[in-house]
Design a binder for this molecule. Structure first.
Ligand SMILES: Nc1nc2c(c(=O)[nH]1)N[C@@H](CN(C=O)c1ccc(C(=O)N[C@@H](CCC(=O)O)C(=O)O)cc1)CN2
Length: 296
């Protein structure tokens, strides 16, 4: 027995291992398509500019596609690309029958209107799930919604951790972005959770977080969530990926102070190796989903 009954040893939610399983499952389905003489799913990845983190993410997306047998095409455009040229490329990709999924890596350079670009992707090829039509489908619970990859990854991890016990849990989502916070809240609601959204203007943030059975943090603030923000036994998903300097060395940390929170939580995702790899695995899953719909 521990001296302090509120202190537990959290289970590490191994996003990397779960992501590998998902990629393997997708690969198996692609192999079956190939064996049946069907066309191979194709993904177009568009990167504008040379943001170092985006380059890493795009490289990993292409590698995972290769691993799963999905054909990927990379479009690298210079940082000074005009919005109209990017929109023109999307018109071509929308019309290309070999391309079943399209994604434009974010963030885009400041001179390009992100919403305009996301809305130019055909909703049926929008494997990021950022098009308002897909976000609307998610809102109404339509089965054909393409769901944003990071929140979908969070949901898969939660289902694996809690199973049917997820229903009825109080999920607190910290952060209200269109690509993580809002869709994560909608997915939790679909799972019959009670959902609270917390953001920079919320009052008593710590107290709200302390109510959470499941805490999902996506704000991009290094180690914002401390031990006293977390209810003992809570499940904690850390979406943050922050590059910081510690003792003169570059280090990747999440939005949650892992060392403090892990002894209190019942389960927690690490950074790196938690939510991040699931984002890429879910991209492959969405690409296969988009492909299947286009084959009908
Ligand atoms: N078009 C999109 N743009 C962006 C998305 C997205 O889903 N679609 N999400 C993020 C970036 N992202 C995917 O694109 C992403 C971020 C992090 C990881 C990841 O695996 N992280 C590793 C650490 C890698 C590192 O060293 O930096 C981890 O957490 O273990 C994957 C994908 C914003 N843009």
């Amino acid at each position: 027995m521990t001296a302090n009954p509120s202190v537990t040893d959290a289970t590490l939610i191994d996003g990397k291992a779960i992501a590998n399983e998902v990629v393997e499952e997708i690969g198996q389905q692609v192999r079956e398509l190939v064996a049946a003489g069907q066309p191979i799913p194709g993904l177009a990845v568009v990167l504008v500019g040379e943001d170092p983190a985006s380059q890493v993410y795009v490289r990993n997306k292409l590698l995972k596609c290769q691993q799963a047998g999905i054909v990927s095409r990379e479009y690298r455009l210079p940082v000074e690309t005009m919005e109209s040229d990017l929109l023109g490329l999307l018109v071509d990709l929308n019309d290309d029958p070999d391309v079943h999924g399209i994604l434009v890596q974010l963030p885009l350079p400041k001179h390009i209107d992100e919403q305009k670009v996301l809305q130019a992707i055909a909703p049926e090829k929008d494997v990021d799930g950022f098009h308002p039509e897909n976000l609307g489908r998610l809102l109404v619970g339509a089965p054909d919604a393409l769901v944003p990859c990071t929140p979908l990854g969070c949901l898969i991890m939660l289902r694996r951790t809690l199973g049917d016990a997820l229903a009825g849990k109080h999920v607190v989502v910290v952060g209200r972005s269109n690509i993580v916070g809002k869709p994560a809240a909608l997915l939790a609601l679909q799972q019959h959770c009670t959902v609270t959204m917390v953001h920079s203007r919320s009052e008593n943030i710590e107290a709200l977080c302390r109510q959470a059975d499941v805490l999902i943090v996506a704000v991009g603030r290094p180690e914002l969530v401390r031990a006293d923000w977390v209810k003992p036994g809570a499940v904690v998903l850390d979406v943050g990926i922050n590059r910081v300097e510690r003792d003169g060395k570059a280090k990747l940390v999440g939005d949650v102070a892992f060392d403090e929170v892990a002894p209190i939580a019942s389960a927690i995702t690490p950074v790196p190796g938690g939510v991040g790899p699931m984002t890429i695995a879910c991209l492959l899953r969405n690409t296969l989903q988009a492909y299947q719909r286009q084959q009908r």
